[in-house]
Structures are given as C-alpha cells and as structure tokens.
Unconditional design. Structure first.
Lengths: 284, 279
C-alpha cells in the first residue's frame, strides 16, 4: 500500500546510517539497578498463570459446585458441551462433543489478553527481550548479521495481527456480561434458594475486576471517544472517555494483573469446593 | 571497582569522539545540594577544561543536557546527586543512539530531519464567525506541547537505539507525539494516517513504554499518543465497521501527493540545501 494516494514506496528519512556513536558498546549494560528483576518476575507470573490455565482447562471436571451452589468456574463459562451441568449449560446442550468445555471458550479471553497493549509490553520485554528493560540492548541486536540483528516490530506478519485487538475487545465485552451473569447466579443456592456464600463474594469481585480490565482497554478508550477530534460536539462520549474509561485505563496494568490472578483464584476455589476439599461457608 | 572514600565523588565520564573513547575517572569532594550537571561543571572548571558538554537552562526546560547517568537516560540538570549511590562510581555517557561529536555531546540532527517530514497543521477554510475553541478539544494536544525536545525518548527507543537501519523508516516517539497532537487538533483537516503508518513507521513501535518512563516532562507518550495513533490506523486499515461508518458519514480527505510535496519533494530538498549553504 502506498504512503498516500498516488505515490510509490516511501522514501527513507534522509539520515546517514552507521556513524560512530559515543559511550561504551551497547552490549555493555551501564544500569546499576536491578533492571532484570521486573521482567523476570513478570515472566514467572505469566508462566505460572499459563501453567495453571493449562492444568485447569484440560482438567474437565470439578468446575461447577453444583449441588451446593451455582458456582461455575470462569474458565468454563459459558459452558457449551454435552457434559455441562444442566443448571448452567448454554445453547443446544449435547450438540458439541465432550471435550473440556474450557477449551472451546478460552481462545477468546486469551486472544484479548495476548493482543492487549499492556500484555504486549510484558511479553515483548520478558520473553522476547525486545528490549528486556529500558536502555538495555535487545537480545541478539549486538551481533551483526545475527538472526535478531534486524527488527521490524509490528509492521509484518505475524505481529501485524496485533491490530485485531479491538475485535477481541468486542467479544471480551460479551464475556464480561457472561461472567456478570455467573456472579448473579452465584447468589443461587439449591433449586429455589438465594443466599450469600464466601464464593459468591469471589464471583462478584471477579466480575468487577473483569469489567475494570475490559473497560480500561486502550481500544475501548479509542472507540468510546478517544478517536474524536472534537469532544465538545459529543458530550456523552467525552464524559465516558474522561470519567470512566481513561481513569480505568490509567490503571490498566493493575487491573490486568488483579483480574488475571482473581480468575485463577475463583477457579481454584470452585475446584476446592466442588471436589469436597473445603466447605463453602454460607454467610446467610 | 575503584574505591570511593567518604565525602568523595568518583565520576566516570566518557571522553572521546568518533574515532573512539573510554571512561575517564575524576575524583572530587562531594557537596550538598548538587545536581549531576553541577558536578560535571566542577570537573570542567578544574580538571578537564576541554570537556565537551551541552547545556543551557539548568532548569529542565531547554532539553540540552541529556545523557545517560549510570546507564539511565536522564537530564543531568534534573538528576540530584542525593538520588544516586555516591559511595560507588557514577558513570556519565553520551546518548548512545546518536552519533557522537565529542565527549558528552551528540549529533541529534536525525530528529530535525524527521521534523521536516511532518505535514504541518492544516486548517480548513476560516468560518465567517471565526474560530471558536473549547478547552476540552485542545487539552489533549497541550500535553504534547510540554515536550522540551531533549530527545531522551528517541534515545531510549530500542527501535533505533538497537537497530540503526530503522532510522531511515521510523520517526520515533517524540514525533509520533507531534503527529498525535496534529491528528487530535479540532481544526486540522488533514488525514495523516496512511502517512503515519507507512512513512513514519508507526508499526515499528512495540509499545514497551521506555519513552514514557524516561520523559522528564511526564508526558504519557505511549498511552496518550502512540496507542491512539495505532487505533486510528486500525480505524482506517483493519476495521471494516469503521470503514463503513466513514463512507456513510464522510471524514477528512486523505493526504494527497500535493500535501506531502512541500516536505518531501525536490523543492523542499533544494530549499534545505540552500539553507545549509547560507548557514
């Protein structure tokens, strides 16, 4: 695609490449602080979550507290397959095979997080070391002619696909709605009873954190008002942009981690209750 | 590591030019209330009168004294000595993304070449009743006007710091912020999105946020400029829903070759060459 209509390939910026730079070689890290600690901690945190997620997604059992309370693990919601409990099944039960229900739905929240602007920063730094930390050279960039001596960022396949983030956001809103329904459903105990268990609180917090993360998304910030040139002509969108989405966006990193942790915790709590390891205390 | 005695500073300044260089050690007594630039000036006034260092305002407003202090890109005039571990040697090196001229002074002309390529503010016809501006419409752009052009963000950006060849295709965070300011201006009529994606190399940015971390003015370059630009490019190139909306409602015209010509064409090159000769 041309730069602008009717022009050919973009001309390079007129700058002389390859002139001598000052300071020691880039391979020498001059930072004295523990610059490696943050990417390492993030790598461990993400790896722990992925490890837990794989275990729980392939488990295929103990994801619904059932007889005791309507606690459905957020990893398994919405539940579509034949083996889903009748209390929580969505859609035409039995039409889809008997794989773990989590495997059918996790691709959507996973895609949302993988293409998220914040998570992109974390894994580019922690796993791809591009860069591992500020003012620390990209891995492999100091070896001339090496496999990683050149860098194209998100201009080419596959990383150009990061641009589909907003489509995952559309689906993520749907999922936030479903998890909100699950939180409401967590107030149901037995066939006709309503109440409040410790797990109910976990589900409500889970839905709240998911909404905080989803509405703080950068794509949401753009779609709800950030893309406008004149806020003064769209006061409602401006109010949403300024008073709701931008404040959440400022804490996107926090909510990304809190919601990630809390999903795993909620799932683990359901596992403990449904497997009989612990008893869910009823508050009333 | 060299020993540092109490009450003494051990400063390691990179000295050299394009032919090479190394760190040179300077020992001097510690004094209260100093910033790094004060110490560098003391070295210049005593032991090294030929030390090259660029500075001007000493107040964090001119953007001249950018350097790397213990490997961290910072303004020397805004870095208090009391925030550094002065019981260890303190290294000061020039910005490592730009060609060195001498000692701590680098040639930042790459940035001025990029600046020349940015299509400027292009308002539509002046309305009969005149312009009426609202604060809410302009305050986003005002954040980017705080930029002092210290080029620390350009220096820390790994796209050009670690991959020299990308300087030919990538504008860097400071100029993406400038482009965001223009794109968000309520009176601007030019649609620069294709230009930003192709010529200014927006896709090279992988939003690792180092530009935001080092900005001495606290500008949220990534969140408020680069990501909004990426989303605007998505509007134009990757979102059929937005494309349909534009078709129905009509949007600013895309840039034409005539718009770009003043910045990139032969006449602009000739004008620049003429300016260089005159100076």
């Amino acid at each position: 695609m041309s730069v602008v209509e009717g022009t050919a390939r973009p001309a390079p910026i007129p700058v002389e490449i390859g002139r001598a730079r000052g300071g020691p070689p880039r391979s020498k890290v001059l930072r004295r602080d523990l610059w490696w600690l943050q990417p390492l901690a993030i790598a461990l945190g993400l790896a722990a979550f992925v490890g837990y997620g794989v275990w729980t997604a392939f488990r295929g059992d103990y994801y619904f507290a059932g007889a005791h309370a309507h606690y459905l693990s957020p990893f398994y919601s919405p539940c579509f397959v034949r083996s889903c409990p009748t209390d929580v099944v969505w859609g035409p039960a039995g039409s889809i095979g008997s794989v773990s229900p989590a495997l059918l739905v996790l691709i959507f929240p996973m895609g949302f997080r993988v293409t998220c602007y914040y998570y992109r920063k974390t894994y580019y730094r922690s796993f791809w070391a591009s860069p591992p930390a500020c003012a620390v050279a990209d891995a492999g960039s100091t070896k001339p002619g090496g496999a990683r001596s050149r860098y194209s960022g998100e201009t080419r396949f596959p990383l150009i696909l990061q641009n589909i983030h907003r489509y995952f956001w559309y689906v993520a809103v749907l999922f936030a709605g479903i998890l909100t329904w699950d939180a409401i459903d967590a107030f149901r105990f037995g066939p006709n009873g309503w109440g409040l268990g410790l797990g109910t609180i976990f589900f409500v917090v889970n839905a709240g954190l998911i909404w905080a993360y989803t509405l703080g998304c950068h794509a949401c910030r753009h779609l709800c008002g950030g893309g406008l040139k004149r806020f003064s002509q769209a006061p409602v969108r401006f109010a949403i942009w300024r008073k709701v989405v931008s404040p959440l966006n400022a804490h996107h990193q926090l909510f990304a981690w809190l919601s990630l942790f809390w999903i795993a915790w909620t799932d683990f709590y359901v596992y403990l209750v449904s497997s009989g390891a612990i008893h869910d205390p009823r508050l009333f | 590591m060299s020993a540092v005695s109490t009450g003494e500073l051990l400063m390691k300044l990179w000295r050299g030019d394009a032919s090479g260089g190394d760190f040179v050690e300077y020992r001097l007594p510690a004094q209260e209330g100093e910033v790094v630039l004060d110490v560098v000036h003391r070295i210049q006034a005593t032991e090294a009168p030929d030390l090259a260092v660029r500075w001007n305002c000493k107040a964090g407003k001119c953007g001249s004294c950018s350097a790397e202090i213990n490997g961290q890109p910072r303004l020397m005039c805004m870095t208090r000595m009391s925030t550094l571990p002065i019981d260890e040697p303190i290294t000061i090196s020039p910005m490592r993304t730009f060609p060195v001229i001498r000692d701590l002074v680098t040639d930042v002309s790459y940035n001025y070449e990029v600046a020349k390529l940015i299509p400027s503010f292009t308002p539509g016809p002046r309305p009969a009743e005149g312009y009426r501006m609202f604060q809410v419409d302009v305050e986003r752009g005002q954040e980017f006007r705080k930029c002092i052009e210290c080029f620390l963000c350009q220096n820390v950006c790994h796209v050009i710091r670690d991959h020299e060849e990308n300087k030919a295709h990538y504008a860097g965070p400071r100029f993406l912020a400038r482009l965001a300011e223009l794109e968000m201006h309520p009176l601007d009529t030019l649609d620069r999105r294709a230009y930003i994606a192709e010529r200014m190399g927006l896709g090279y940015c992988n939003i690792t946020k180092c530009c935001t971390e080092v900005c001495p003015e606290g500008i949220h370059i990534t969140d408020n400029a680069i990501i909004p630009l990426k989303e605007r490019v998505v509007d134009q190139r990757y979102d059929p829903v937005a494309w349909l909306g534009r078709k129905i409602r009509g949007r600013p015209r895309p840039m034409t070759p005539a718009d770009v010509e003043p910045y990139t064409g032969a006449a602009a090159k000739a004008a620049r060459a003429g300016q260089a000769e005159a100076s």
